[in-house]
Each structure stands twice: as structure tokens, then as C-alpha cells.
Design a protein around this ligand. Structure first.
Ligand code: UD2
Length: 296
């Protein structure tokens, strides 16, 4: 079990000698600004757990389940018990307009779930986009001194493999599984200069997911606050970015480089066949019928 293995770690960790000449050769494991790109085979999970366990940290995670998306919550929470920061203190914050339909999921000691009500909405774009405002408020009102790190995750997804301390960093972005082999001219960034989410041709590092991001509380607070303001200023001008808050997040990560980048192992999509460089899928979006689950 995790606890038993961790005892061995505490007793004096024995692990394979690290190498700086042998490693994964099929993927890039560091960005040009020297942020690690986390791929399977680049880290030792027990070593990382032992380092972070000593710090006695708390990880907060937000998830939105508005309208029919409540149906995804059970699998999301159940699989997170098996894979997401197992052995750590984890506080989930569920935002929903259907608090009575939040499923009962057994959670391990040290893990808890808080349900917060949010209004329903007739536009899915608004639900998706208002997340930044709600995350900003949550951090300001509640989390500033209560948790160290925060991850913000899409609910229509499940965990299939470890997502743990290797993902911790100041500002953490996840590479979108749909575009990482493409030229950046094909990335679906917002391309209208009038939008605050604008990314010019010839700019941009990667295309990141709106469905998973995180980092230190202060960093994610600044991200949420900035994206919310940029989104609202766009709205005043009658512009909605191509992929709502995902577009604003991509603009933010272009200006403020993430200190750690998670490979597409950390957010795959079930409809996509696995590419050879993806040795493990840790978290993946389920197949959904948009017409049946979105309000419009
Ligand atoms: C992409 C992004 C998503 C968001 C969206 C932008 C990934 C994998 N997905 O996904 O994060 O940036 O584009 O428009 O990066 N939600 C509800 N109720 C609703 C609609 C949405 O609760 O009726 C919440 C829910 O937590 C969901 C999230 O908003 O997971 C994103 O919405 P989506 O799943 O419809 O967006 P999708 O899959 O097109």
C-alpha cells in the first residue's frame, strides 16, 4: 500500500541512481525557459512523495458541475480517491446549482469535500467562463491561508493513473492533447486583436488546456483575477474569446510562463487513440454528447 511504501521512504530512501545522460529520448522534457515538462519516466514518484510529505502541504481542487454536468461528478470524485494526490491532504470544492444531487463518495482520511452553490445558466459559455471569477473569490474568501496549492479541473473527466506531487509548481499548465504535434499557426488561440486574449501569429509556446491548471495559491489567484478582468473587459466591448477562459488562460501563459508544464498524460481525451509517446493516461475527458448535456 501507499502507506507501507512511504514508511520505507521515511526509513531511508533507496532508489535508482539518477542519470543526466540517459532518459527519455522520444519527448522534450524541459521548455526553452527551463520549466520541466512532466512525462512518465522523468520522475521518481516515491522520492517526490517523500520530499513533499515532509512539507505537510494541503492541495485544494476546484470542480464545477452545473446543470446536467452533475452526472460526471461521481466518477470524477471516485477516481480521484484512487489517483489524485493519494496520501496527501486534499480539499475538493464542488460548485454546482444542484447541491442535493452531489453524490456520496467515501473519502480517505485527510480528504474532504465542500459543496458551494452557484447559479444555473442558460449559456454553457458563461458557465465555463465564470469559473475564473469564482476561483478568484474562493481564494480570496477562503483559501489564502488554508491551502498551499490549487488545481482547477474539468468535471467531465476521470483519473486513470497517478497525478501527484510531480505536478506541483508555482504556475502549472497542462498541454492540450489535441494540438501538441501541430505548428502554432494551427493553435485555436483568439486571433482578433481587439480581444484581451489575442495571441499574434508567430507567437505562443504551446496550446494549453482550460480543463486543468494550477499552482501555488498566490499564482493561481493572480491568473484567475487577470483572466476574469480580461474576459469582462472583452464582454464590455462585445467580444467573447474563441474558447472563452481557455483563450484567456493561453494568453496569460504566453506572458507569464508556467514554471512547470504537464504533458498531455495529464489531460487526454477518451475519443483520441493514444500516441506512442503517451505511456500512461492519468486524467482524461470522457466522451460526451454536447447536445444532450449543455443548456443550449
Ligand atoms: C474545453 C476545455 C474546457 C473549457 C472549454 C472552453 C479542456 C479539456 N476542455 O472543453 O476546460 O476551456 O473548452 O469553452 O481543456 N460546465 C458545467 N456545466 C455546463 C457546461 C460546463 O458544469 O453546462 C463546466 C464543467 O466543469 C465542464 C467545464 O465547465 O467540465 C468545461 O465545459 P465543457 O466540458 O463543456 O467544455 P469542453 O469540453 O468543450
Amino acid at each position: 500500500s501507499f502507506e507501507e511504501k512511504w514508511k520505507t521512504v521515511e526509513a531511508g530512501l533507496k532508489y535508482n541512481q539518477p542519470s543526466i545522460v540517459h532518459g527519455r529520448a522520444d519527448v522534450v522534457t524541459v521548455t526553452p525557459w527551463l520549466a520541466p515538462v512532466v512525462w512518465e519516466g522523468t520522475f521518481n514518484s516515491f522520492l517526490l512523495d517523500s520530499i513533499y510529505k515532509r512539507k505537510n502541504i494541503t492541495i485544494a481542487a476546484t470542480v464545477f458541475a452545473v446543470g446536467k454536468y452533475i452526472m460526471f461528478l461521481k466518477d470524477f470524485l471516485q477516481t480521484s480517491e484512487e489517483h489524485f494526490f493519494v496520501g496527501f491532504r486534499v480539499d475538493f470544492y464542488v460548485f454546482t446549482d444542484r447541491p442535493n444531487e452531489v453524490p456520496k463518495v467515501n473519502m480517505a482520511a485527510g480528504r474532504k469535500l465542500t459543496v458551494r452553490s452557484v447559479p444555473s445558466s442558460n449559456r454553457w459559455q458563461e458557465i465555463s467562463a465564470r469559473r475564473m471569477e469564482i476561483i478568484q473569490n474562493l481564494i480570496e474568501e477562503k483559501l489564502q491561508n488554508r491551502a498551499d496549492y490549487i488545481f482547477c479541473l474539468d468535471v467531465d473527466s476521470k483519473f486513470h493513473g497517478r497525478w501527484g506531487a510531480e505536478s506541483l509548481g508555482e504556475l502549472v499548465a497542462v498541454i492540450h492533447p489535441g494540438y501538441y504535434r501541430d505548428d502554432r499557426s494551427k493553435f485555436p488561440y483568439e486571433r482578433r486583436p481587439a480581444s484581451n486574449a489575442y495571441v499574434a501569429p508567430g507567437e505562443g509556446d504551446f496550446y494549453y488546456c482550460g480543463g486543468a491548471f494550477g499552482g501555488l495559491m498566490q499564482e493561481v489567484h493572480l491568473l484567475a483575477k487577470t483572466c476574469r478582468k480580461n474576459f469582462e473587459d472583452d464582454t464590455k466591448k462585445g467580444i467573447e474569446a474563441a474558447w472563452q477562459e481557455e483563450s484567456h488562460l493561453n494568453r496569460y501563459m504566453w506572458i507569464n510562463k508556467p514554471s512547470k508544464v504537464l504533458s498531455p498524460e495529464y489531460l487526454w481525451q477518451d475519443f483520441k487513440p493514444k500516441n506512442p509517446e503517451v505511456q500512461i493516461i492519468r486524467f482524461s475527458g470522457v466522451i460526451k454528447n454536447y447536445a444532450n448535456i449543455r443548456p443550449n
